[in-house]
Structures are given as structure tokens and as C-alpha cells.
Design a protein around this ligand. Sequence first.
Ligand code: MRU
Length: 329
Amino acid sequence: MRLCVCRTLADVFEAIRSLRVRGAPAIGLAAAYGVVLGLQDSCAGDTQQFARSLDQVIDYLGSSRPTAINLFWALERLRSCARQRLATDPPVDVHAALLREATAMHAEDRAICHAIGRQGAALLRDGMGVLTHCNAGGLAASEYGTALAVIYAAQDAGKHLTVYADETRPLLQGARLTTWELRQRGVDTTLICDSMAAQVMREGRVQAVITGADRIAANGDVANKIGTYGVAVLAQAHRLPFYVAAPSSTFDLTLSGGEQIPIEQRGEEEVRSGLGRQIAPDDVKIYNPAFDVTPARLVTALITERGVISPVNATEIRRVLDTPADPAE
Ligand code: MRU
């Protein structure tokens, strides 16, 4: 594994755009630190200049990837922190406050991931097989992750789980990241190609599916890594519960339904090549949406740090998200 060190705003933008840092909560945190880096040369200027740079930096980072709402949530949190302080404090102090805010968000995310694990652990029983898609662990958030936090918390409670990880074409987050991460924590892990999920379910190898999310609309429709929707349809066909674990910052209550979630379209080369070599003709047409939307009716429960949302509908989402945070956070 190679360390990616970001020293400038452009470094952070490139790291997010090229998926060196990826996963909804991790993108938000990287962007928060990116704002701090992007404003490091603006501290000597006056307040108005600093405010202009703040907006430019935030707009620039906001253009890196469109789907994960955590990116925009984090940027708006820093914007509001800076604006409040700019009324009274000099830019150099506002800049220091932004670093404190980004660091606080990082610490909060760690606690939130643990709370998601605690909230969801009871849904997984000892001896269960669990299917996951993409990577929603510590490589996508802080430390524990979201979907994998539930698996880690169940395991910490003494339950033995067998996890099947979809490889997650085209970029293979499941094969490259999830299998590595699960095995680091001693979880019994089996890698499968995406096309094998139906057979694995039919053979009775899994009793539940759990994934993360990039954005959840007010009605509970879930945008997550491409392929998630297909897995949810399969889970319903095999009468398996389909769980989605995500922090409250992944909910976008301004969108009434999933059809309004912007879906990132990525480059053709990601599909034309695989495993380090070209696998399709140069001139074949390629379509590469990076995410899909799973309708709320296919989601058994949403697991958040505030509690488990089930049934998944707008009223229940509002009710649980309005619940005070888990005191153990
Ligand atoms: O394109 P990626 O790798 O950023 O996509 C990541 C996912 O889809 C994850 O499942 C999601 O962000 C949840 S991460 C806790």
C-alpha cells in the first residue's frame, strides 16, 4: 500500500477525483482538510479576500465528485464555521478554527461509525452468512466504517459471521479493499464475482445483505455503488433482509426521491480495461455509471448512529434522525 500525501488543494481534489480517497464519509473528511489546505495562503489577506477564497475553494472541491452527499455536507459545515467567525476574527484565526472543525469532524465520524456498529449488531445472528458490496469499512470512513462496522460490532459481541464480498466491478473495491480489511480484523471472508451473488443466495450461503450508502433521499431511496440495486433485487427474490448502514450526514432530506440524486458518470477506460489490461475493443461504446439507486421498498432497514429505521419511509426517517445522538458516542 502506498501512502498518498496531499499538501495542496489540487492534491486533495485529485485524490478525491481519482478515488485515492473514496467512500462517502472519507470523501467528506478529505474535503474538509482540503479546505484548510486550500486557504493556507489566504491568511495574510483581508477578510473579504479570505471570504472569496473560501467560496472558490469550496466550489472547486464540490466539483470533484457529485454523488456522495457527505462531500457537500462537510463543505457546508466548514463554510458556515468560517462565515460565523469572519464577522469578528481575523483570517489567520478563522483558518485555525477551520482546522479544529475538520479535526472535530474526523473524531465525530469515528464515534459515529462505532455507534452505527452498536445500533446494527443485533440484526446479525451468530453463524450468519452476510453479503456485502463495494467497500464501506474503515477505508471509506473513520476506523470502523459503516456497513463493516455492523459486522465488526457483531463479531466483537462474540458472533461468528461468514462474509461474502462482491468484487465490485469496474474498480474492484470489494476485491481490493473489503477483503483486505475484513481479514485484518479476523473476519471469515470469501470473495465472489458480482455475477455470483444470486447463486450464493440460492445455495443458502447468506442470510442477510449489508451495504453502505452515498446519499439517501427523504423517502429512503439509497444511492450506492453500481451493482447495489441488483443485489437488493436479488435479496428480495430470495427473501433475505437488505440492510443499509450510513451516518445521518448521508441523508439528503432536500430530495424527495432517489431519481433526483446525481449519478456520477466515469470514464470509459475503467470499463474497457480490467486487471491491468485492455479487455474490450478500442471502439466499443461504453456506459459507466458509478452508482445506482435502490428504491426504499427493497430496503429492510437503514442503520444509523441514531437508531435503526424500519420500515423505511419518510416519516420513520424523520423520526429517527430527530432522535438525540447515542449517549455512548
Ligand atoms: O466510488 P466509491 O468507491 O467512492 O464508492 C463507495 C461506495 O459506494 C460506498 O459503498 C459508500 O460510499 C459507503 S462508504 C461508508
